[in-house]
Design a protein around this ligand. Structure first.
Ligand SMILES: *[C@@H]1O[C@H](CO)[C@@H](O)[C@H](O)[C@H]1NC(C)=O
Ligand SMILES: *[C@@H]1O[C@H](CO)[C@@H](O)[C@H](O)[C@H]1NC(C)=O
Ligand SMILES: *[C@@H]1O[C@H](CO)[C@@H](O)[C@H](O)[C@H]1NC(C)=O
Ligand SMILES: *[C@@H]1O[C@H](CO)[C@@H](O)[C@H](O)[C@H]1NC(C)=O
Ligand SMILES: *[C@@H]1O[C@H](CO)[C@@H](O)[C@H](O)[C@H]1NC(C)=O
Ligand SMILES: *[C@@H]1O[C@H](CO)[C@@H](O)[C@H](O)[C@H]1NC(C)=O
Ligand SMILES: *[C@@H]1O[C@H](CO)[C@@H](O)[C@H](O)[C@H]1NC(C)=O
Length: 406
């Protein structure tokens, strides 16, 4: 790691002296052909529709919504929703290795009559400079309207790891008035961490510099999934298994993927755990005579094509089941993201369905054929429940009590 950091520092210095604008950015050398999940922190240069933003970055709008934890189901005409200038959005991109360094080269832009290199750079939130666009596209004179140019975007992988913890790195453009201290506070990091990750020679940044910000992530690595691995940054979700499953990463205590049915109106099968009336993500609890709280949960285990794997997991712990019944303690639909869109704007409603057995505001409509089970308590896990449950999984070592139903 130290050697890698030194290399980064050297490359960084190199880039300072060779870049015409003197803007600093981390350069991660690479030699493998793999890509990783990465994020851009995109500050909207002007008011934009979500559909325009996803078009600008050649993304599926669902991926943009997922990265920002915007509920797909409660934002029906999401594409037309206008976000205000200066809003900070997370843009998910894949980060490949191109000519020995990590960068994304899958975004293109079709030049319009009034465009300049500067205005295009501004349109991409200065994640790419005018000079870089010029260099990559070998632009000599002026731009030709209708011409399609490549927009290289900065990204880093660093093995999706920061001090051994699952991490997704986000490229962040320093704004005027910001310092490492203020950025660190915004993202919950110390100046030292930012300096070390970005290989900065001095703890100083200037407007336009691009920093790699580590975002803690939930990984499927030790969930023992079939043919699938997923890494989801904190404060976002991902759709998987042909959009049938939604896996959320949102916790202040531990970072565990919480996967459940997406509730999207698409044909999905194998969502219910055999022999139960539980769908993936559902669970029920039962207080036994001797004071144990038994939890039976239907969990996601990966997919292969259209086939979705799931298992029943039973755990029991010597605690009261109360709290599990609390349908009201549901996590917020939009996790806070510094300087981001107010949650009311993006996520209109998040109230539990009164009296329902399946309170799933983040999931929305569920299979109409599902009948409410006649059991003592029934709810989705809140983050606190999750903490206690996992605490017990670990504490009593009953986690691998799987029953497979394929
Ligand atoms: C590839 O890069 C890694 C670090 O980025 C290095 O440890 C490894 O030796 C390199 N392999 C080759 C074949 O260059
Ligand atoms: C967008 O979604 C479609 C269909 O779900 C998929 O084929 C395509 O690869 C996706 N594009 C991106 C950029 O993820
Ligand atoms: C899934 O993994 C198994 C081994 O665990 C392998 O035999 C199978 O070919 C894989 N299927 C797909 C679709 O990748
Ligand atoms: C995850 O994000 C939330 C806010 O979105 C934050 O409160 C929490 O501390 C983060 N967790 C970790 C492990 O960084
Ligand atoms: C809960 O436990 C009681 C006995 O303690 C039992 O009668 C009941 O059937 C159990 N319910 C479920 C859903 O397991
Ligand atoms: C609760 O779990 C324990 C151990 O897992 C088991 O012995 C007991 O029968 C379970 N009770 C109920 C009511 O499911
Ligand atoms: C899990 O618990 C349910 C009842 O609570 C029981 O029917 C089932 O057999 C249990 N499964 C395992 C693997 O213990």
């Amino acid at each position: 790691m130290r050697n890698l950091m030194q290399l980064v520092v050297l490359l960084l210095l190199f880039s300072i002296f060779t870049s015409p604008t003197h803007a600093k950015s981390v350069i991660e050398p690479c030699n493998s052909s793999d890509s990783c999940a990465s994020l851009l922190s995109y500050r909207l240069p002007w008011d934009s529709k979500l559909s325009e933003i996803s078009f600008r970055f050649k993304l599926n709008i669902t991926d943009l919504l997922a990265a920002n934890s915007i509920n797909i189901l409660t934002t029906p005409s999401q594409g037309n929703q206008i976000l205000a200038a200066k809003t900070l959005l997370k843009v998910p991109i894949s980060c490949p290795c191109v000519d020995g360094i990590r960068r994304s080269v899958s975004t293109t832009y079709t030049v319009r009559p009034a465009d300049s290199l500067e205005s295009i750079s501004e349109g991409f939130g200065r994640l790419v400079s005018a000079e870089q666009i010029k260099m990559v596209n070998n632009i000599e004179g002026s731009l030709t309207s209708g011409e399609t140019i490549l927009i290289p975007l900065p990204c880093t992988c660093f093995g999706n790891s920061n001090n051994g913890a699952s991490t997704v790195f986000m490229s962040y453009v320093v704004q005027s008035g910001e310092s490492l201290m203020s950025i660190g506070m915004e993202f919950g990091m110390t100046v030292m961490e930012l300096v070390s990750i970005n290989g900065l020679g001095h703890p100083v940044v200037d407007p336009g510099d691009i920093l790699a910000i580590p975002i803690p992530a939930c990984s499927s690595a030790n969930l023992n999934w079939y043919n699938e691995s997923l890494i989801v940054p904190n404060g976002s979700y991902a759709l998987t298994a042909n959009n049938c499953i939604k896996c959320t990463c949102r916790s202040s205590i531990n970072l565990n993927l919480q996967c459940s049915t997406s509730g999207l109106d698409i044909s999905c099968s194998h969502l219910q755990c055999k022999g139960t009336n539980l769908f993936i993500g559902d669970f029920y609890t039962n207080q036994t005579m001797n004071g144990y709280c038994n939890v039976t949960k239907c969990i996601y285990r990966g997919h292969s094509g259209r086939k979705i794997f799931r298992s029943i997991v039973n755990t029991s712990a010597h605690v009261r089941c109360s709290g599990m019944k609390d349908f009201g303690s549901l996590p917020p639909a939009l996790a806070p993201y510094p300087s981001s869109v107010p949650s009311t704007q993006l996520s209109p409603s998040c109230s539990p369905y009164p009296g329902a057995f399946r309170p799933s505001p983040e999931i929305g409509a569920l299979s109409p054929t599902a009948t409410p089970p006649m059991i003592s308590s029934y709810a989705r896990l809140s983050p606190t429940d999750y903490f206690f449950l996992l605490h017990y999984f670990v504490a009593i070592g009953t986690f691998p009590l799987y029953l497979f139903f394929f």
